[in-house]
Design a protein around this ligand. Structure first.
Ligand code: PSV
Ligand code: MN
Length: 381
């Protein structure tokens, strides 16, 4: 038996997804940043855009921030208050450990002490910012690594990273977490200091109980079974966070669910299985996207809708039938249980859920019908 529609609506309704401040400002590839009319120019405007996404979807009450990008013209206190006035809160604080000249050879993994000191000071500043904005998650991604074989001692790099992360971990309040995000490549191309989930797991273990791994969908080699990584980390209670996006070859630029919806479904299937009947496995679920050619607010709304639809489909999996097929070694029967859920139409159910919550049944169309895009194009010149 699958869950009832009422139960599925209750679980999806309860799930909150964090949006990233950086999705609303101009971003792009390393070749060119194309400016978009109406794109947010500062944190205040990013929060305004995030508030619209939340008003229309009812699902995105918090906003992840990037420390150096976002607090240039607004203090953390002002940002916290402005977010609250906009019906939002600030979520994960992302240190910005790249972009500055000192980080040429890395940040906390750098062979240069001045770079390491600067990076550690920034990480500790971020812990202060977290306290100010009432954030519970420090979301660390390192651009660190090497470009050439022999460029640096790989074991020494690892130890430097471990040492700094431990200091940061120990500076966190008991209810704060350190989420460590791995990435196979870019901007370093020979080695990255935290290349995969195993490396991240070991570093987190060495830090202590407040550290866990963050999985970004864009950060794996082609063909990697991400749902199995999710299952492993969840089983170890070491899955702390998620960055949703969709990727063909590389990083995190496309709306989640746009390229590989079946993979996303299988990931949700594991998250629901690990949730043990109570919905999704508890973690910090964040969208990490940066939109270049597509309208940013629309892309964010669509991503939220795609995520809710995949979650609803994963909740439709008949778990008893799946277990039974597995027990009978009925390989294709088991696959058909998953297929039935994946192919089921959840749009009417989600539209009904939104109507019950006083939300537009199709937030994407509601946004298109609204005047918001034209208004910001006029105002943000
Ligand atoms: C790096 O590629 C990453 O996924 C990290 O999460 C950063 O914080 C984010 O993208 C924004 O650049
Ligand atoms: Mn990410």
């Amino acid at each position: 038996m699958s869950l009832s529609n009422a139960r599925i609506k209750a679980l999806v309704r309860r799930w909150k997804i964090e949006v990233p401040s950086w999705a609303f400002g101009d971003g792009g590839t390393r070749f060119k940043v194309f400016r978009q009319k109406g794109a947010a120019r500062n944190l205040r405007e990013k929060l305004q855009d995030a508030a619209i996404v939340h008003q229309l979807t009812g699902a995105t009450p918090s906003v992840a921030v990037h420390a150096l990008w976002d607090f240039a013209d607004m203090s953390p206190d002002e940002a916290r208050d402005y977010a609250r006035e906009s019906g939002l809160s600030l979520g994960a604080v992302n240190p910005t450990l790249f972009e500055q000249p000192e980080y040429r050879f890395g940040s906390i993994g750098s062979p240069e002490k001045a770079a390491r000191d600067k990076a550690l000071a920034h990480l500790l500043d971020c812990v202060e910012i977290m306290a100010r904005v009432r954030s519970r998650a420090l979301s660390v991604w390192l651009a660190d690594g090497t470009n050439h074989p022999g460029q640096d001692d790989l074991r020494a790099r690892r130890r430097r990273v471990a040492e700094a992360l431990k200091i940061v971990h120990d500076a966190l309040a008991p209810d704060m977490t350190l989420l460590l995000e791995y990435k196979l490549f870019e901007p370093a191309f020979y080695s990255t200091d935290v290349p995969d989930w195993g490396a991240a797991y070991l570093l987190c273990k060495a830090c202590g109980p407040r550290a866990s791994v963050l999985v970004d969908l864009g950060h794996h080699a082609q063909g990697v079974n991400i749902e199995q990584i999710v299952a492993t980390l969840a089983d170890e209670r070491m899955l702390g966070g998620f960055h949703f996006n969709s990727r063909k070859y590389a990083d995190d630029d496309l709306t989640t669910g746009s390229l590989n919806p079946h993979e996303l479904f299988l990931i949700f299937n594991e998250l629901v299985a690990a949730g043990g009947g109570k919905g999704l496995y508890p973690a910090a679920y964040v969208i990490d996207q940066s939109h270049n050619v597509e309208p940013k607010i629309e892309a964010m709304i669509l991503s939220v809708m795609n995520l809710q639809a995949m979650y609803a489909r994963a909740l439709r999996v008949d778990r008893a039938a799946l277990r039974e097929a597995q027990r009978r070694r009925d390989v294709l029967g088991a696959e058909r249980v998953l297929q039935a859920a994946y192919e089921s139409d959840v749009a009417p159910l989600l539209a009904e859920m939104r109507r019950e919550d006083g939300l537009p049944p199709d937030p994407f169309e509601a946004y298109r019908r609204s005047d918001y895009a034209r208004k910001i194009e006029r105002e943000r010149t």
